[in-house]
Design a binder for this molecule. Structure first.
Ligand SMILES: [Zn+2]
Ligand SMILES: [Zn+2]
Length: 164
């Protein structure tokens, strides 16, 4: 029941729903209930989500939905650059997140698989250098840093201590 309320709260008639409807329309996508659900779930999650996890949540709301529908929606979103692939879960599943309006990078913890977003970028100069040396016109980049988050690093030393 909770999931149901969560999923249906944003339709085109409220502010949150209008935002996602506008974004889908701007991307040239036909607005369907399922597309809106996927977009809203990704937008409201603070962590990237796998196709399977999206499917399981959506299935609670609509038992008719199939995994391949979710796949197709994600493919369409990827094509329109609305979402991006970010890291992978501990089972090796690809995770998806909304493409941030602000240029940012992701820190992927290899232990707990949490993704931390960091704004700011040191690569502008490097891009300039690449353009100069290779004459390759750079239009963007993706950068994901892998390692261990502060909590996991602390846990290996002090298992009882909570991250503050
Ligand atoms: Zn961690
Ligand atoms: Zn960057």
């Amino acid at each position: 029941m909770n999931a149901h309320r969560e999923l249906t709260k944003s339709d085109c008639s409220n502010a949150a729903g209008q935002a996602s409807c506008r974004i889908l329309a701007q991307a040239g996508l036909r607005i369907t209930r399922h597309r809106r659900m996927v977009y809203d779930l990704l937008r409201e999650s603070d962590q990237p989500i796998s196709t399977e996890a999206l499917f399981l949540v959506m299935k609670k709301d609509d038992s008719q939905i199939s995994l391949s529908t979710v796949y197709r929606i994600l493919e369409a979103f990827l094509e329109k650059n609305l979402i991006e692939r970010v890291g992978s879960s501990d089972e090796g599943k690809v995770l998806y997140a909304i493409v941030s309006q602000v240029h940012c990078h992701h820190l992927h913890c290899l232990s707990c698989h949490r993704i931390t977003v960091v704004e700011g970028c040191p690569l502008g100069e490097y891009e300039g250098l690449i353009e100069k040396t290779t004459r390759f016109h750079v239009t963007g980049h993706k950068l994901e840093l892998m390692g261990y988050c502060a909590t996991c690093m602390q846990d290996t030393r002090h298992p009882d201590e909570e991250d503050s």
